[in-house]
Structures are given as structure tokens and as C-alpha cells.
Write a protein that binds this ligand. Sequence first.
Ligand SMILES: C[S@@+](CC[C@H](N)C(=O)[O-])C[C@H]1O[C@@H](n2cnc3c(N)ncnc32)[C@H](O)[C@@H]1O
Length: 492
Amino acid sequence: MCYIYFNLVQIYELYFVSYLTILKLSRKRKINIILKNIELNDVGSLGKALSKADNQKIIFTKYGVPGDIVDIQVRKKRKSYIEGDIVKFHNYSKKRIEPKCKHFELCGGCSWQNMKYEDQLFYKSKEVANNLERIAKISPEKTLPIIKSDKKYYYRNKMEFSFSNSRWMTSNEINSKKIINDKNALGFHKSGMWSKVVDIKKCFLQTNISNKIRNYIKQRSIELGLDFFDLTNQKGDIRTLTIRTTTLNEIMVLIQFFKDSKKANRLLNDLKDMFPEISSIMYVINSKKNDTIYDLEVKCYNGKDYISEKIGDLKFKISAKSFFQTNSFQTIKLYNIVKRFANLKGDELIYDLYCGTGTISLFLANLVKKVIGIETVEDAVIAARENAKFNEIHNAEFIWGDVKKILKNGIEGNSNPEIVILDPPRNGLDKSVIDSVISIKPSKIIYVSCNSSTQARDLVDLNKFYNFKLSQSIDMFPQTYHVENVVLLEKI
Ligand SMILES: C[S@@+](CC[C@H](N)C(=O)[O-])C[C@H]1O[C@@H](n2cnc3c(N)ncnc32)[C@H](O)[C@@H]1O
């Protein structure tokens, strides 16, 4: 029985929660256990604060900060760990800071906004070093200090918001017994709840024009009688909004409608009149069951069908479907790490695997004999080729397809590359990609990753044939637990 079990662990106390606590936690699966006076002493998976003492299970809790002493309501019990929510503070950590955003804890993003920036950097570095050491047995001495971000807020160039006719309501609103007429939301999905959207008034991650545009679109959509999307029953008029901004002050707004209508057209027209500074107004009609637009035609309503961004000396065209690094200010620093690790002589052939819109390839092209980028999203490959032309780069080739298949079949007409750059999605490399890379024997591998645990896993195989030389983290996403890490490997 759980009571007996929990008595064995001394810090736990079992008692029934009060009526108020039941109300507060009524949307969560209830386990009536409160762990008292728990000192949070580290950070673990997905940026959750944790408490670990000898012979105890690890206790994870979101929005805690190491140094806090708290009471925790248990939400999930597993063999080796417990997850819970803070219900009372006995001591606030010195690492704490007041979050700027009033949506903090509700919207699911920026979960470290309550931690001082220097401490965020400390825990990001620690996570990378731990993963490299624990999984890939790499000594922490080979890790360079993390590169911080000069901008702590307003650094994102792309934000995606959802329309919903069933906004997330706070416990206060529910308990107030007031009749709530305003159920529309334009904002972010409540974490772990696909059907609930937290209405956002101000987000601190993108420049302020983004807030003005979003708030205008919400208000005007209501005035025009556009039905915000009903995610459960898959009906309504308007589904999502994407706002992209660039350091060249260009703005793209992409609205996803469920169906075409006069009201939709009116909204686009009013947006054009209200914000003449928007460089590109795009829209797409999507009556599918999901929000992905890669298989749909995105149309230009006004302005250009792309926006431009500058990275170093290069200019990039970004179209509605293009992947582009979401923090332009840090991207140049990230690519400079790759350049420094590559230490180019000028005669190299480079493979840039998982190249997106070819930005790393183009950044390095003028310094080498040739770059070949491989990418699975066709539009990104088209954009990469266009960007090569746009920048008058003639020694960059882009291949559309799955890295796994292309490496297996070999790339015709080329010798083996001296350098392979890897920048896969979060789940890391397929085993067969690792085998192919090893078999083409590049003298250097530079592995860029946004997930140091899958990166460390992949290094276990790569390190049988390569010496681990250096690792450098960079903070691309302040206020979140995410961290980018670049690793240099050299052929044994
Ligand atoms: C982290 S992004 C790369 C970003 C790019 N290097 C940059 O700096 O902009 C990963 C890319 O891998 C692509 N991708 C995912 N799976 C792939 C596969 N099996 N083959 C080729 N590309 C893939 C994604 O479409 C995405 O553009």
C-alpha cells in the first residue's frame, strides 16, 4: 500500500488535502500526498527542479528553483522518481527572480523565467557536461564555458499562436462563479493540454510589434465575427497565427484559416491597412485535422512572399515554410563556433547534413572548395538554392532527401568530404547515419545539437573512431532550459 511505502521514506507525510487544495488541483490526477519541507537542490530532465538526498527517490517539480524549500503535492509516483507541484514555500532560493511575464507558469514556455540568468547558464552547462560525462564518458575539462546571450528577452524571430474558442481559465476565474462570456483565446497551448489555449496579452520573447499585431488580430477577428477554432470538434474559421520578424526590421504574418470566407479576406485587408510596416502578409486555408501546412499552398495576400535576414555578411530569404534558426542574434555566434572548430584551409569538401535552409553551408562556402547540404524539407532546399544565388555563392550544392538514404547510396561525382557537419533534430542521429558517416572517414566531424542527451548517446558510437576534442555550448533560448551544444571530433 502506498501509505506503508511512504512511511519508509522519512521525509514524506501523508494527509488529506484541504477542500481548497482539491479545487486548485482539480484538473490534475490527485494523489493525496504532500511531501513537506523538501529542499530543491538541482535541476533535472526538461528543466525541472529536483530534490535528491541519500536513499530517497528523486522528486521533480516544475517552476521550482534550486535552493527553494517547499511542500510538494505528489502528482505522479514511479519506481525511481516522484513528480509533484509546489503547494507551499518555506524558503525562497537566492537564485530566484521575479518573472517578468504575467502568463508565467500558465503558458508552458519560459519555464526558467523565475531563475537569475547567471544561474540559468550554470544549469545549462551542468546538464551538457553531465550528459557528456555520464553517457559518453567525456571528461568535463574538454568543455569550454557556455556562450551567453546578450538579449535575455525579445530574441525570438518566430512565434506561433493558436486560436481557440475554449481558452484556459484560471482557478480564480472558475471559482469566482461569474458568468464568463469571453472564451476566445489567441495564444499558446497549455502545456500537456492540446485542446486548451492560454490567451496571451504580452509575450516577452519577440519584439513588441509582435504583441501589437497579435492583439489587433484577436480583437479584429472577434469584431468581424470570425469563429475561433474549436479544437475538439474541428470547426471554426481561424486556426493559427505565425509572426516572423528579422533584425532587418522585416515582418511576415501568416494566418491559417480553416475555411475561406469574406470575413477572412476582410481581416487580411484590415491588417494590411493597420500595419503598413508588415513586409509580407501570407495566408493558408487548412481544413485538415492537423495544423501542419507543409503540404498546403501558402498564398501571399500583400507584399513579398518572403522576408530577409542577415547573418554575418550574408542575406537570407525566409519563406513561410522555411526553417530558420529562431534566435538570429545568437545564430552568428553559433556558426562562428562551427567555423572555429572547422579551422578551414580552403581546399575542403564539407557535407552539411540536416542543413535546413543551408545557412551553415553558405556561411562557410567562401572559405572552402565546396559544400554539399542535405535536407528533407523540399521548400528548405529550394530556399537554400535561392539563398546561394542571392549571395552569389556558386560552390554550394543542396540535395533534397533523407540523409540516411542519400549517404547510403553515396553522392555521385564527389570525393569523400574532409569535414562533416551534423545538425539533426532533437532525437539525434539514426544508427545507420552514424555508420555511413564513419564509413566515409571525414577527418573532422562537427556535431551541433539542441539535445545534449541524444548527442552524447550518438557520441558513444562515433568515439570508437574519433577523438573527442572540444565541446562548446551556446544559449540560444534564455528563460528556457534549452541549450545548443557543438562538439568537435577528429579522426583517430
Ligand atoms: C536543427 S535543424 C537544422 C538547422 C540548420 N543547420 C540551421 O542552422 O538552420 C534540423 C533540420 O533537419 C531536417 N531533417 C530532419 N530529418 C531529416 C532527415 N532524415 N534527412 C534530412 N534532413 C532532415 C529538418 O527538416 C531541419 O531542417
